[in-house]
Design a protein around this ligand. Structure first.
Ligand code: BG6
Length: 474
């Protein structure tokens, strides 16, 4: 152990290979601040937090948050101290294109991102850029947001600008972060911006547009940029691991339905050999949709054959965001009264007795290997929140040690192709539902200090040591 008193660790004899990459992640709205500075346009998070001041649990917003917009050199120094191979950050669409449309280029946005990218490269850190991490330009929300099929064209034009402006320097692109979360919660449950409650309808329309936008962006890169820029384009999908409560047929089916309706919804069209939405999802939603004058009008839209082919295979890697595990059983009767999305997946899931069930990640990696023919998995987020902000963050250290141990086991013993691990997050930052109460950072940020000083927590030192030695600290 590198400390005189240790946090709990799982001992492992394996080491990560020299080509395995480690990184950390943030997203623009959560860390940048400077919400209305130098020509930046308004996005749906600016709008919802200003219009409904109690939308976020602690009544906060990310107008200033970590002030990362002003701290490029300081933050890159933190990354350098960690020794990460890459930094995954997102571009604020409305900082670059204030109206959302590609003719509205904001020069200060270009300057800011170029400075960040150059500072990273000068320090030997690869930029991994997320194009969309939930902060939709407000004018596009006025068109109806992602449920409107027109949005895919706006997105492809934005992506084209990104390739043109930054593609000679950025070699890893992630089109969308967690479409399940922003579609389901933005246009279904309403707990994320723009807060639409159209459960089991708006979310599927959103997902449909997003899948097409992603695939068209991948095609654009292949057609016009790949030869010169030689980069990779993927997508980050999220899922918990859903462990069946028992071996009963019903519980096994419930857990399968659940993962298909969360991960399969987006992964099946892109990564399976058949393409299209998972059949379990299609059948269940079709069955539960309205029959009008003898016709069943499904709430889940349909792709044409050409669209299925366009989407199939449209990723160079499988970006995976994974935080924890839940236990699932078949849904009790009363849930049939509840919103349609729950009915659509027909599973009732809850936290396991062991909250740090890292074994779920290994099971999930194996599930992806089998279901999608062992694609290269880029773990693009994984992390642990506490609300203490303590610098001696043993729980977070335990989390990273135990999750990384499961990654090693999946690689070494199960032949899963995992190529990287990304800790969420570099900094304590603004959390979408909980504001500043929930702290995911490897670095503590003092939000009471107008200068937002950063202090490394114990987990930062442990993570740096793992990266340096390629071994879990034990
Ligand atoms: C992921 C997001 O869902 O989880 C991040 O990509 C987010 O942006 C993180 O901060 C933590 O989310 P939550 O829901 O646990 O606060």
């Amino acid at each position: 152990a590198i400390f005189s008193f240790t946090c709990l660790v799982g001992a492992q004899n394996y080491r990560f290979s020299s080509d395995f990459k480690f990184g950390v992640a943030t997203s623009a709205y959560q860390v940048e601040g400077a919400w209305n500075v130098s020509g930046k346009g308004e996005n749906i998070w600016d709008w919802i937090t200003h219009t409904y001041p109690n939308y976020v649990l602690d009544g906060s917003n990310a107008d200033d948050t970590c002030l990362s917009y002003y701290k490029t050199k300081e933050d890159v120094q933190l990354l350098k101290d960690l020794g990460v191979n890459y930094y995954r950050f997102s571009i604020s669409w409305s900082r670059l294109l204030p109206t959302g449309h590609s003719y509205s280029l904001n020069e200060d946005g270009v300057r800011y991102y170029l400075e960040l990218i150059d500072e990273l490269l000068d320090n030997g850190i690869n930029p991994v850029v997320t194009m969309f991490h939930w902060d939709l330009p407000y004018p596009l929300h006025e068109l109806g947001g992602w449920p409107n099929p027109l949005l895919d064209d706006y997105f492809v034009q934005y992506a084209k600008k990104l390739f043109q402006l930054f593609g000679d320097k950025v070699k890893y692109w992630i089109t969308f972060n967690e479409p399940f979360v922003f579609c389901h919660h933005g246009y279904g449950s309403g707990v994320l911006a723009p807060g639409y409650v159209q459960d089991g309808i708006g979310s599927y329309l959103c997902g449909h547009t997003v899948l097409l936008a992603h695939a068209k962006t991948f095609k654009l890169y292949n057609d016009d940029f790949r030869r010169d820029q030689q980069g990779q384009v993927g997508i980050s999908l999220d899922t918990l691991w859903y462990e069946p409560a028992s071996n009963s047929r019903e519980d096994l089916q419930a857990a399968t339905n659940k993962i298909q309706s969360v991960l399969g919804w987006f992964a099946h069209p892109i990564f399976s050999t058949a393409g299209d939405y998972p059949s379990t999802m299609r059948e269940r939603i079709d069955k539960l949709s309205l029959e009008v004058e003898g016709y069943r009008r499904s709430r889940l839209p349909r792709f044409s054959t050409e669209e299925i082919d366009l989407i199939k295979g449209s990723s160079d890697f499988f970006g995976l965001n994974h935080y924890r595990t839940e236990i699932c059983q078949t849904a009790p009767e009363f849930l049939y009264e509840s919103p349609s999305y729950l009915k659509d997946s027909d599973a009732f899931c809850y936290s396991p007795p062991d909250p740090n069930a890292a074994w779920g990640l290994r099971k999930l990696l194996n599930w992806i290997k089998t279901e999608y023919n062992n694609p290269p998995v880029f773990i693009s987020e994984s992390g642990f929140a506490d609300n203490t902000g303590t610098l001696n963050d043993c729980d977070r250290v335990d989390y990273f040690n135990s999750y990384l141990e499961q990654v090693l086991l999946a690689i070494e013993e199960d032949n899963c192709r995992v190529i990287s691990y990304t800790a969420w997050s570099l900094l304590d930052n603004f959390e979408w539902s909980l504001g500043y109460q929930s702290k995911y950072g490897l670095h503590y940020v003092d939000f009471d200090d107008p200068d937002r000083p950063r202090i490394p927590k114990r987990s930062a030192k442990v993570y740096a040591n793992i990266i340096r030695t390629k071994a879990i600290d034990s």
